[in-house]
Ligand binder design. Structure first.
Ligand SMILES: [Zn+2]
Length: 331
């Protein structure tokens, strides 16, 4: 496929209609939390009330994808074949057109909407960054995002994206099949460190391991650029403890909750007590992430799954709002 020139032939995905309603309920899941905690939401419709009950101005979800439609179609096609690719079905829960998806996350309470993009081959990142600039310019509440690939041109297009106002980057190590500690990326890391712009990095070896996934290469980058703001996607699944080590060791390393304890890859009951304790200690380092719209369950499962860790309303306030708002510069 050519990612840059078939955008004009895109066919919009269907809008939400009564025949195609928004997912309303969590499938048969009862979430138990201590009596001292606010009762978690049971459906997407209950999320805004829960956020208000916690006294929060909204949700600061740092891991949301909006992509050029032709790229998104390819991503959805990949998930349609998830039984082959991942060994299990992955029905996309929010397969709607762009405006509908924007409305859904606004209704859920996102005050600023990330539009994370990522390339799977060289020569694509600069084009994605242009798309990101246009998409952010067209929507007041969309965060201007950027991405990169391990290629010499990143030394130019990353500083250019930052100069154009990019506020959040995404790097996907497994899909990109490159190592984050490849020296070709040093100028890009230097620019991102100087700009204090956060980078959501999918570097863990799940759901699929890659040649370059795992904590070692990320640690190598941080040893050279210790003030980089890395947000480790999926809490670093499955290398949870190794990535938690980095979050404890480096001031600007955070963990995003994307799909963690949502009941699909891991359920709250399966979280090891020792790791749960670490998460209590990392209250200022865990940031809400969802992977909307490419999730095989309703958004609420992410929120209620985190609540079911039983770490308290204060922890939930930090994770759902305060930490992400600080990193994204929201008030
Ligand atoms: Zn993602």
């Amino acid at each position: 496929m050519d990612d840059s020139d078939d955008a004009a032939t895109q066919t919009p995905s269907p809008a939400r209609t009564t025949a195609n309603p928004a997912p309303e309920t969590t499938i048969g899941r009862i979430v138990e939390v201590p009596d001292t905690m606010t009762v978690p939401p049971r459906s997407d419709a209950e999320v805004p009330g829960y956020v208000r009950a916690l006294g929060l101005p909204g949700l600061a979800d740092i891991h949301v994808h909006f992509l050029p439609q032709n790229v998104l179609d390819k991503v959805w096609e990949y998930f349609d074949n998830a039984a082959d690719n991942y060994g299990r079905d992955w029905p996309i829960n929010y397969r709607f057109d762009t405006d509908t998806r924007l409305d859904i996350v606004r209704e859920l309470g996102l005050r600023a909407i990330p539009a994370l993009t990522y390339p799977h081959k060289p020569g694509m990142a600069a084009w994605l960054n242009e798309w990101n600039a246009e998409f952010a310019a067209a929507h007041d509440d969309v965060i201007h995002c950027g991405t990169l690939y391990s290629e010499p041109e990143s030394a130019d297009y990353v500083p250019a994206a930052l100069a154009a106002g990019a506020k959040l980057f995404k790097v996907h190590v497994q899909v990109g099949v490159f190592s984050p500690d490849d020296e070709v990326l040093d100028p890009a890391w230097m620019a991102l460190e100087a700009a204090s712009v956060p980078i959501v990095i999918h570097a863990g070896s799940a759901p699929l391991p890659g040649t370059y996934t795992g904590p070692r290469a990320v640690a190598n980058v941080l040893e050279r650029f210790p003030r980089l703001t890395f947000v480790i996607a999926h809490m670093g699944m499955p290398e949870y403890d190794e990535f938690a080590d980095l979050a404890e060791r480096f001031d600007n390393v955070f963990l995003d909750t994307t799909m963690f304890a949502s009941g699909y890859f891991s359920s709250p009951a399966e979280v090891a007590p020792a790791y749960r304790e670490r998460l209590a200690g990392l209250e200022d380092k865990v940031i809400l992430g969802s992977d909307f719209p490419n999730i095989p369950y309703p958004y609420v499962d992410q929120i209620s799954g985190l609540a079911a860790l039983g770490l308290g309303d204060g922890w939930m306030r930090s994770v759902l709002w305060a930490n992400g708002a600080k990193v994204l510069g929201l008030d």
